[in-house]
Design a protein around this ligand. Structure first.
Ligand code: DGT
Ligand code: CA
Ligand code: CA
Ligand code: ZN
Length: 584
């Protein structure tokens, strides 16, 4: 929200790190700058407003001299202290100071004795056996450093689709304003809606004479950290936000379709496309489709023209993973995939009743102002989730009343009463059935025993007539926790038989179910929900990434419950109850 605050606090953190690296008498400064960085990070107002009212020193951790740095940064976008320090230290190595196996002392030695400036230098020096020769660097320590480097790389390599989208769209918006830009779009994994993103790819069509100007704008963007590469038609920058690489490619309008397909990928999809072209006696590349014999250009300006010439339906980018898209597209059998405009409501969120930050009324007001939904379902935690403010029967009694009164104020039944009830180790639920029967929507989730096979637990929950949906079914947390083992075939079979839905939870570190499992689920006849599991206002925006996941799974509008009116959802709930009662 406050980009300047974020950028400034990052600068201050870096100054702190550089002082820490230098060590000795600089350690005190390192601490001071660390505190100030945190203070700026936690502000709920733009830091410029503090400068205007001469109150910079009111920012927690900011004293006399740091306030001068902040003043300088706001006025000039630079801090001289930062620039000067940067000349003294191996700047690119500093982020390693927190990784196990490294510390300021080791880094200093590597820099001073071996002249190592970058991580690439470091890996090379280790491989050449130069590092073992340093005093205090035994075999064990070097091994430890290599392990640390690997962990660090994995954690740093990719960011969430949500974060990548916000960076990508910001840059897109800035470049779009240039008159010379004829067409502009995101490409690469971001356009395919992958759950995590390596780098961000942007494609622009323009006249050759305008390339220089567009390149200059791209490499001169305010938020860039460094220009990694700049040519006539290609450039890469590193943006400060999350230290991400952004690649730009300029093409002629006549090549737009071919270039967009190429740069969208996936690589595997492109390779297959090339093979298919070869079979037809053609050559395909990022400029178009050409006849091998006379080099005549057959297509290239739009994606549809390219796919059509090849004999295929246009393939939505989310399906370009070289799976079954070719077969479907050759029969023109790719359905209209769900679109985020189809979503009519959000099926999971937490109020301040459990671990959310807003009251139910605040949530309703916020959502009504920012979204066009017809309903939202409040699903606070049940009693076992003590750390997350889990609620008991009495609390829920009160919440039923609260929801009634909020709806009355709104003049419509916008807020539905739901719950995220815990599935206990033995597969039972931690709220009694007579309470569960009174909710509009019951989502059941696993929040414990992540190492065990949880097939039976999920199946048991599906068999409860009041459970409408299983929340974040696989339990994974991207980059932190693997999914627990589950026999999905069995689970989806029972879910379909009992009329239980499965959730696509759109929290960026969950994205659960993922594309593969969601695809299996709908093929087994299971209905899905997409929900944001919001705990604060910014989270409602995750819906779009959830929709991407559903599209990657090949979901149509009808596969997703919350594209339907609330009446239809009620039917779904009642049908399950009837079905299970009849069976008994
Ligand atoms: P990422 O950045 O790791 O999240 O994934 P992508 O798919 O965005 O990969 P990236 O940025 O390396 O390349 C963007 C697209 O460019 C990729 O999806 C397909 C195309 N591409 C890149 N390298 C090759 C290649 O060697 N062969 C072919 N056919 N296409 C490539
Ligand atoms: Ca990419
Ligand atoms: Ca790229
Ligand atoms: Zn949960």
């Amino acid at each position: 929200m406050f980009e300047l605050n974020r950028a400034l606090s990052r600068k201050l953190y870096e100054i702190s790190a550089m002082y820490r690296y230098l060590g000795g008498g600089n350690r005190f400064r390192a601490l001071a700058y660390g505190k100030a960085a945190k203070g700026v990070e936690g502000l709920t107002e733009d830091v410029r407003s503090y400068l205007k009212s001469h109150l910079l020193e009111d920012i927690p951790g900011v004293g006399d001299s740091i306030s001068e740095d902040i003043d300088e940064y706001i006025r000039t976008g630079k801090i001289k202290r930062h620039t000067d320090l940067r000349k003294e230290v191996p700047y690119e190595l500093l982020e390693l100071m927190h990784v196990s196996g490294f510390g300021p002392q080791s880094l200093r030695q590597l820099h001073q004795e071996l002249g190592i400036q970058t991580q690439t230098d470091l890996v090379q020096a280790i491989e050449l056996g130069k590092v073992d020769l340093l005093k205090g660097f035994g075999e064990k320590k070097v091994e430890n450093m290599l392990r640390g480097l690997k962990l660090f790389k994995v954690a740093k390599d990719r960011i969430s689709l949500f974060d990548a989208m916000s960076i990508g769209e910001r840059i897109l918006a800035e470049l779009k304003s240039l008159r010379e830009v004829r067409q502009i779009a995101l490409a690469g994994s971001i356009r395919r809606g992958k759950e995590t993103i390596g780098d961000i790819d942007i494609l622009i069509a323009c006249l050759p004479k305008d390339r220089k100007k567009i390149m200059a704008a791209f490499t001169g963007l305010d938020e860039k950290e460094t220009v990694l590469m700049k040519g006539e038609t290609k450039a890469s920058i590193l943006v400060q936000d999350l230290n991400r690489q952004v690649d730009l490619r300029l093409v002629d309008e006549s090549e737009w379709g071919a270039a967009w397909i190429y740069s969208t990928g996936s690589k595997e999809h492109n390779v297959q496309l090339r093979t298919l072209a070869k079979e037809r006696g053609w050559k395909i590349n990022e400029y178009g489709i050409f006849d091998v014999k006379d080099h005549q250009k057959l297509a290239g300006s739009t994606e549809t023209e390219m796919y059509t010439l090849m004999g295929y339906q246009w393939i939505p980018p989310e399906l370009r993973e070289n799976k079954n898209e070719w077969e479907l597209a050759s029969q023109y059998a790719i359905p209209r995939l769900i679109d985020w405009k189809d979503i009519k409501g959000d099926m999971q969120m937490h109020s301040s009743g459990s671990d959310g930050t807003m009251s139910i009324e605040e949530i309703a007001t916020y959502v009504l102002k920012n979204y066009t939904y017809e309903y939202i379902v409040i699903t606070d935690h049940s009693v076992s989730q003590r750390i997350a403010g889990g609620m008991d029967v009495k609390d829920f009694e009160k919440q039923f009343e609260e929801i009634k009164s909020v709806n009355k104020k709104l003049g419509k039944s916008f807020v539905k009463s739901g719950v995220e009830v815990d599935i206990l180790s033995d597969g039972t639920l931690d709220l009694p059935d007579d309470l569960l029967s009174r909710f509009d929507w019951v989502c059941a989730s696993i929040h414990s025993d992540f190492k065990h096979d949880n097939t039976q637990r999920i199946i048991a929950a599906c068999k409860n007539e009041f459970v409408c949906c299983i929340g974040h079914p696989s339990g994974r947390l991207i980059g932190k926790r693997e999914a627990y083992p589950v026999d999905w075939k069995k689970v989806f079979q029972v879910a379909a038989q009992t009329g239980t839905a499965m959730e696509i939870n759109a929290q960026p570190d969950r994205m659960d179910l993922n594309d593969e499992w969601a695809r299996q689920a709908i093929h087994a006849g299971v209905k899905l929900t997409i929900s944001t599991d919001s705990h604060q206002p910014q989270h409602f925006a995750y819906m779009q990434q959830g929709v991407y996941m559903a599209r990657r799974a090949g979901c149509k509008k009808e596969d997703i419950l919350n594209t339907a009116s609330w009446n239809a959802i009620e039917d779904f709930v009642f049908q399950k109850r009837r079905l299970l009662i009849e069976k008994i």
